[in-house]
Design a protein around this ligand. Structure first.
Ligand SMILES: [Zn+2]
Length: 68
């Protein structure tokens, strides 16, 4: 057991830019190019944030390419 299984389904909701609260993932839309469009919603102030995933099929490579 030297290779721990990654969890590609795990998505960490970002903090709300308005009230710093924990946002909730409300929608996932798979795109034709293999990425996913994620819609987050803040339950406190109803702030909405849309995020485009880079490479959902290769979560490890996405992690390695992380720059900021
Ligand atoms: Zn908020």
């Amino acid at each position: 057991m030297s290779a721990p299984a990654p969890s590609p389904a795990e998505i960490k909701p970002p903090r709300c830019a308005m009230c710093r609260g924990r946002m909730v993932l409300t929608r996932r839309e798979p795109q034709t190019n293999g990425t996913e469009k994620l819609t987050f919603n803040c339950p406190k102030c109803e702030y909405v944030k849309v995020k485009q995933t880079e490479d959902p099929l290769h979560p490890t490579s996405r992690q390695a390419r992380r720059r900021r």
